[in-house]
Design a protein around this ligand. Sequence first.
Ligand code: PLP
Length: 400
Amino acid sequence: MLPTTLRDDFPILRETVNGKPLVYLDNAATSQNPTQVIEASRHYYEKLNANIHRGTHYLARAATEAHEAARNSVAAHINAASPDEVIFTSGTTDGINLVANILSLSPGDEILISTLEHHSNIVPWQMLAERSGAILKVIPCDEDGVLDQAAFQDLLSDKTKIFTLTWVSNAFGTVNPVREMTAAAKTHGAIVLIDAAQAVPHMAIDVQALGADFLAFSGHKVYAPTGIGVLWGKLDLLKSLPPWKGGGEMIKEVTFEGTTYNDPPFRYEAGTPNIEGAIALAAALDYVNAIGLDEIHGHEQFLIRHAAAALSEIPGIRLYGPAERACSLSFAIEGIHHYDLGTLIDQMGVAVRTGHHCCQPLMARFGITGTTRASFALYNTEEDISALTAALKKASAMLR
Ligand code: PLP
């Protein structure tokens, strides 16, 4: 277990909600920022704020250095072969859309995704399929929310041009065997993108060991601000692909007759980027690395098991997802709508997420409109789980 004193790093955790101490269990949606990250943002605006890359003055150079140092930090954190493989985006959604817009497919080509995907790893591919005449194929899952590996093998073929998969399901916490599935897709020559939005906050990432071509994640799920994210891509592949958005920074030379494009990563970073966000993201990664991702993983695994055991005792509860899950715990209580449950426990200071979690096809697979989801971060404690359990018991007694 991590020391509870870590909570002191997160000022928002001292807030009260409806007169009750805040119990924040909506971390899969957005995690909170520690003082170290808030200070990095503040330092940027107080000491460094300027537009980057083309300035000759001191602040422009200092801001550029800090921004590019952030890129180096991200590259080191995910073990990228080069910082040039790290593209700053506004988040996972932005990164996936970028890839879906720079890859071109032909009619009859196949894009393979899974039932567990977040809408942001479904809709961009549907749009690409619509544009190109490609076909979207979906790997089914079983009653535990685990992907059917035999079906996956059957769906894979040389027609599979793109295979994309979430590492960890935000809705059910399922951890997919991404390395093995990537290797299988690669034997058919598919381009592989991993949605690591729910993986990066909870485990060490090594993109070189992963074997995929692209990986996307969001800063705000890993203790950084909103509006910053990362798309990692293999450099040779990025070099061979066209730009998507046009504008400043992504060019080498512009004339009215034509434009030549910059090298990656700048080719994919048109316009003024979120400079402060990148710097704050690097501060957030420094923060988690100082604690240790193995320690964070161990702590969160303890919490999720403890929560699953505690919640199992609530009459009429159904837990979704496999017994071995990452830090999202989805559940329903018989006869009670998830929205009513979430609203009532919010009155008791407990913040959880209710609804489809941007996974409507997954909810449809289970014949439900949504669940209640508690999701954990490094600052959560056994007391948070006791508060959640007590609030759920009280709310279900009131709503029955
Ligand atoms: N993919 C997964 C698995 C997610 O959980 C989320 C957000 O919940 C996203 C993608 C989209 O992230 P963002 O809204 O930060 O772009």
